[in-house]
Design a protein around this ligand. Structure first.
Ligand code: BV8
Ligand code: ZN
Length: 248
């Protein structure tokens, strides 16, 4: 295994006092959650604007609610993979660590990660699109759609950030602050097409961080990084981040 990863990357990881890991949909692929842009991805069946945007939601609330309902229900029987676990274990032994995810699933939490920023919200916090009231029944538990607010009869939406919506208040600020002084940034399982999330690795590099991409295929984001590791999250991360490889 030793020869599999560049010594420079191993050294950087071994000596890093501060690490930021950015994850995308590829992180959850081996847990059975479809990515957005791979051949069988979520977007291959729908256009993002039609589902993951407020105009798309208002055009067809029931279609969008059913899409999120099925994604929420899927999470109930979905487990984190070895990549999620490796990230949580690394966090436990790193002085300063931040996980910045574009994913709206709860697999990093299920694997034990603590210091997480969900740049695009999560599937766990439905709310009324008009009065923001949190419903007592989630979309996943709603027997008959459309699911409406008991207070104002507005439609219930998922607590995710849609295209054209601002990210959560402090999300980018906190992520950028962590990048300011991180020694190593790992970008895992993202095509790097969605902004402002896709700008984070470049920010880190500009501030002196050593940046590494882990992906099953090369991406434009990875072209700008110090190292690129071709492989899957659930295979590479347990090896790359294992104490055996980093401390001998
Ligand atoms: C905003 C939540 C300010 C919902 C999501 C033109 C140019 C630049 C920007 C824009 C533009 N026009 C509009 C914009 C802004 C827009 C944007 O970036 N659009 C893109 C499409 C060009 N961004 C926004 O609107 C953001 N807000 O900018 O606010 C503003 C306000 C008002 C008006 C204007 C601007 C909000 C974006 C958030 C959208 N919400 N998700 C939900 O999940 O339902 S996006 C969603 O898609 C994800 O959260 C994630 O961000 C993105 C998916 O990307 P990835 O995670 O990278 O997944 P993908 O499938 O693409 O790639 C998977 C990768 O994994 C692949 O590389 C694959 O090879 C790899 N992989 C697969 N398996 C594995 C693997 N790797 C490792 N191991 C494996 N096993
Ligand atoms: Zn309401």
């Amino acid at each position: 295994m030793k020869g599999k990863y560049s010594n420079r990357t191993l050294k950087k990881l071994e000596n890093a006092a501060s690490i930021v890991i950015c994850t995308g949909a590829g992180m959850s692929a081996e847990s059975g959650i479809a990515t957005f842009r791979d051949a069988d991805g979520l977007w291959s069946r729908f256009r993002p604007e039609d589902l993951a945007s407020e105009p798309g939601f208002r055009r067809d609330p029931e279609l969008v609610q059913s899409w999120y309902q099925s994604r929420q229900r899927q999470l109930r029987s979905t487990q984190p993979n070895a990549g999620h676990v490796a990230i949580a274990e690394l966090e436990a032994r790193t002085e300063r660590f931040l996980l910045v995810t574009q994913n709206v699933d709860d697999l990093h939490e299920k694997a034990g990660s603590r210091n997480i920023i969900h740049l695009h919200g999560t599937l766990a916090e439905d709310r009324c699109i008009d009065c923001s009231t949190r419903p007592t029944t989630s979309l996943a538990d709603c027997a008959v759609l459309p699911h409406r607010c008991t207070k104002c009869d507005g439609y219930i939406r998922p607590g995710v950030v849609w295209f054209g919506e601002m990210l959560p208040e402090a999300a980018m600020e906190n992520a950028a602050a962590a990048l300011d002084q991180c020694d190593v940034l790992l970008s895992v399982g993202t095509s790097g097409l969605v902004y402002p999330a896709a700008a984070l690795p470049g920010l880190a590099r500009a501030r002196g961080a050593y940046t590494v991409e882990v992906n099953i295929e090369p991406t434009a984001l990875g072209d700008e990084m110090d190292d690129r590791i071709l492989g899957s999250a659930a295979t590479v991360l347990p090896e790359l981040l294992s104490t055996s490889i980093l401390h001998n």
